[in-house]
Design a binder for this molecule. Structure first.
Ligand code: MTE
Ligand code: MO
Length: 230
């Protein structure tokens, strides 16, 4: 095994040992019908979370609080820092060198629409967290973006295998309005938890609210619990 594969395996195992139980207790895994009546993460199930209307992928709205930044792959950099033993900078080339994941998942906006079965491609947030080795006191992360956006997650959500640093949708590179070159997606939570144009993951020793969490959105954001505002 080369060095990066070994560091990934060790880092993932350490995080599973620390957060595996908390991950299993999250609503999407612990609730009796976490994803409505269907199998986990809804694969193929014709039902959306309470209060959501299904839009087609063509109808997918574009939402952000401000301007859409123009970030080329050459300029893009992700800093992973804060409460961790090995702060990192990941550039486009380093991102492509990490294990690549393709998955079909749903996208639920808190304003009441869902897009089903989107083909997301990218790298697991879990893997960059495995490489940065969160310190013993780290409990939460804040995602920051080039447009000044931020959103927070507990590590037990950020480590889920479907939380991606997404660089492709439907097999094509992300477009500017979708967050090019790299955005986060959080299929088990409302979509505001996924920062477009992401440029920093800050490891934190306690929780802190992000852009929308300060302005009234729920701190947790579980679509299947209709968990929209605080
Ligand atoms: N950087 C950044 N990311 C963001 C936002 C934003 O304003 N800035 N808005 C969030 C919200 S509220 C939603 S619903 C989704 C929208 O993603 P979309 O434009 O691809 O539909 O992006 C999320 N990520
Ligand atoms: Mo949103």
């Amino acid at each position: 095994m080369d060095d990066i594969q070994r560091r990934l395996a060790e880092g993932r195992a350490a995080l599973r040992a620390r957060f595996g139980e908390a991950m299993a207790r999250t609503p999407s895994l612990a609730d009796p019908s976490p994803q409505g009546d269907g199998p986990r993460n809804r694969h193929g199930m014709p039902k959306e979370p309470p209060g959501q209307n299904v839009f087609t992928q063509k109808e997918w709205p574009v939402l952000e609080w401000g301007e859409q930044p123009v970030i080329t792959a050459e300029r893009w950099k992700l800093t992973v820092d804060g409460c961790c033993e090995q702060p990192l900078t990941v550039d486009w080339k380093a991102l492509q060198a990490l294990p690549q994941v393709d998955l079909d998942a749903d996208f639920h906006c808190v304003t009441g629409w869902s897009i089903l079965d989107v083909a997301f491609g990218g790298v697991r947030v879990e893997d960059v967290l495995a490489l940065c080795r969160p310190a013993a006191e780290a409990t939460h992360v804040m995602f920051h973006a080039y447009d000044g956006y931020s959103t927070n997650l507990p590590l037990e959500e950020a480590l889920k295998p479907d939380v991606l640093l997404c660089h492709a949708i439907g097999g094509k590179p992300l477009t500017r309005e979708r967050g090019a070159p790299v955005r986060v997606v959080t299929p088990q939570l409302y979509a505001w938890k996924g920062a477009k144009w992401v440029n920093r993951i800050e490891l934190m020793p306690h929780d802190r609210r992000g852009y929308w969490e300060i302005r009234g959105y729920s701190n947790t954001g579980y679509p299947w619990r209709d968990d929209r505002m605080w």
